[in-house]
Design a protein around this ligand. Structure first.
Ligand SMILES: NC(=O)C1=CN([C@@H]2O[C@H](COP(=O)(O)OP(=O)(O)OC[C@H]3O[C@@H](n4cnc5c(N)ncnc54)[C@H](O)[C@@H]3O)[C@@H](O)[C@H]2O)[C@@H](O)CC1
Ligand SMILES: Nc1ncnc2c1ncn2[C@@H]1O[C@H](COP(=O)(O)OP(=O)(O)O)[C@@H](O)[C@H]1O
Ligand SMILES: [K+]
Length: 466
């Protein structure tokens, strides 16, 4: 579980926010007291009277740990601190001095049922020494419950790469804001449940975790066209286009048309079919007044006809979702092609498609933002789905059901996004709504579903947004 709608800050941005608090006269000690108290509140709840081992490092994460230890001891728990190098300066040193309970060295620490991991937080700059990583892992493995302060020790804050962090942390209290490592990469499996503690640091961020969207209930004046007409272009693999079309239908679109060389096929009968002979025909069709959004790419194929269809789609002055084969066809010229288009465009690459289109450096968030500089809103899919808009806004959905890793679920997302943008909205908002609905439908579908069954859960997911 990741707190929804929460700000996400890099390590540098977090330090800047912290500096601003100091500049307003709050002392470093006060902030550390708040952080330690916030973590202790959660720790007491989880400890349920069991004995606690607090791992304390040499920096500010260790400083927080000494505060936690003090609070837990005051709460009557049996607390032992295992220290890895005593803090030498600043607030951390002062918190260390205020700890009056027993202390042992990290290497001599016994296994205890509750572990509080305060070795390192956002200050980790390189991989943990192997001996530290090994003892940390042993102590976490031996515990019944481990709570990490800010981050599990040994995470790259900005990328989510693990740098020796243990497996098996049950919960992490993020201080002040989420960091990328709570929502990206290895962080998804290393942080456990993520709790967020407000420690009085005002946080401004264009990056947020995805929250449940608000959807509108149709009113007495609503009609099928006012709810958005979505055109899905069908290609060589017709099942993909049909899945996208059905997803749009099941997530609130007023009218969905499937357009392609052979759009006939099984139900639903409410899906309107339009036979398209060639790219000129497609261009004429898509230019029609009534169409609010176009979805192109699922099952499109990569032959000449597909290329011509893609050109026709790109030329249309309507909100456009490009997915699957359309992205493979764009290939390395994606950034230039997307930049040349004026009407709004969303792309929904999985990791492989993304890497074929964009080079980029840095974390998944950095790379997705670089891709969005093309003018497209980019939905970079995966267990950590990162949405970035050309305006610099970022939304991340972490921890969606891994059962989504089944063919056709991406087509469903493309159709869902078509329905969202067909109802208006620009940039990251409709994309975040689509990704939320997709993730929620997957939860409702349970294990071992296939894409058609995901579509079947969409109305229920929508009902939670009304
Ligand atoms: N972000 C905030 O606004 C606040 C942060 N606080 C705490 O401060 C932490 C950050 O503190 P610091 O910047 O002191 O950083 P850390 O405490 O995370 O780590 C810094 C220390 O670890 C050492 N170190 C770094 N990488 C290492 C490695 N791979 N192996 C061994 N040693 C390593 C450094 O030399 C330094 O001594 C946060 O995670 C949080 O716990 C809180 O005290 C208060 C508010
Ligand atoms: N391990 C996973 N955990 C969570 N979500 C996943 C995982 N693997 C895939 N997904 C999601 O499933 C969808 C798969 O899309 P995609 O790879 O395009 O599939 P397809 O082309 O077969 O439809 C994406 O929304 C992606 O974010
Ligand atoms: K930690």
């Amino acid at each position: 579980m990741i707190p929804p709608g929460a700000p996400i800050l890099t390590a540098d941005a977090m330090r800047t926010a912290e500096e601003a608090v100091f500049a307003r006269g709050v002392s470093q000690d006060e902030l550390m007291e708040r952080a330690g108290a916030a973590v202790a509140r959660e720790a007491v709840r989880f400890a349920m009277g069991r004995s606690v081992l607090v791992l304390a490092g040499p920096g500010n994460n260790g400083g927080d740990a000494y505060v936690v230890a003090r609070h837990l001891r005051e709460a009557g728990l049996d607390v032992l601190v295992a220290a890895s190098g005593a803090p030498k300066q600043g607030a951390a040193e002062r918190m260390h001095a205020r700890w009056k309970g027993p202390t042992t060295s990290l290497y001599g620490a016994p296994v205890r049922p509750v572990v509080i991991d305060g070795l390192f937080g956002i200050g980790v700059t390189r991989s943990l020494e192997r001996s530290i990583a090994a003892v940390l892992s042993e102590l976490v493995r031996g515990a019944e419950f481990t709570l990490a302060i800010d981050l599990p020790s040994g995470m790259d804050t900005d990328s989510g790469d693990e740098l020796g962090a243990p497996r098996g942390v049950n919960a992490t209290v993020a201080l002040g804001a989420l960091k990328p490592a709570h929502v990206l990469g290895d962080g998804l499996s290393r942080c456990g449940h993520v709790l967020l503690a407000d420690i009085g640091i005002p946080v401004e961020s264009a990056w947020r975790s995805v929250a449940r969207p608000q959807m509108e209930t149709p009113g007495p004046r609503t009609h099928k066209y006012s709810r958005g007409l979505v055109a899905v272009v069908e290609g060589a693999m017709p099942g993909a286009g049909r899945l996208a079309a059905r997803a749009a239908m099941a997530s609130g679109a007023g009218y969905v048309m499937l357009a392609g060389p052979d759009p006939a096929g099984p139900a639903p009968d409410a899906l309107v079919r339009r036979t398209i002979d060639d790219a000129d025909d497609l261009a004429d069709f898509l230019a029609g007044d009534r169409i609010d959004a176009v979805v192109l790419g699922p099952g499109l194929g990569r032959d000449r006809r597909a290329e011509a269809f893609l050109r026709a789609g790109l030329a249309v002055d309507k909100p456009l979702v490009l997915d699957g084969d359309a992205l493979s066809l764009l290939g390395t010229s994606a950034a230039a092609t997307l930049a040349a288009r004026e009407a709004p465009v969303w792309i929904t690459p999985h990791g492989g498609e993304f890497d074929r289109m964009f080079a980029g450096t840095g974390s998944k968030i950095d790379r997705t933002l670089q891709a969005a500089a093309s003018g497209a809103t980019v939905v970079h899919k995966g267990g950590d789905t990162v949405i970035a808009g050309p305006d610099g806004r970022v939304r991340v959905l972490a921890g969606a059901s891994p059962w989504l890793s089944t063919a056709g679920t991406g087509d469903v997302l493309a159709g869902l996004l078509g329905a969202q943008i067909g109802q208006g909205g620009s940039g990251v908002d409709p994309a975040a709504a689509a990704v939320w609905l997709h993730g929620r439908a997957a939860q409702l579908a349970g294990p071992a579903f296939f894409a058609d069954q995901l579509v079947a859960q969409l109305p229920e997911a929508c009902s939670e947004c009304l």
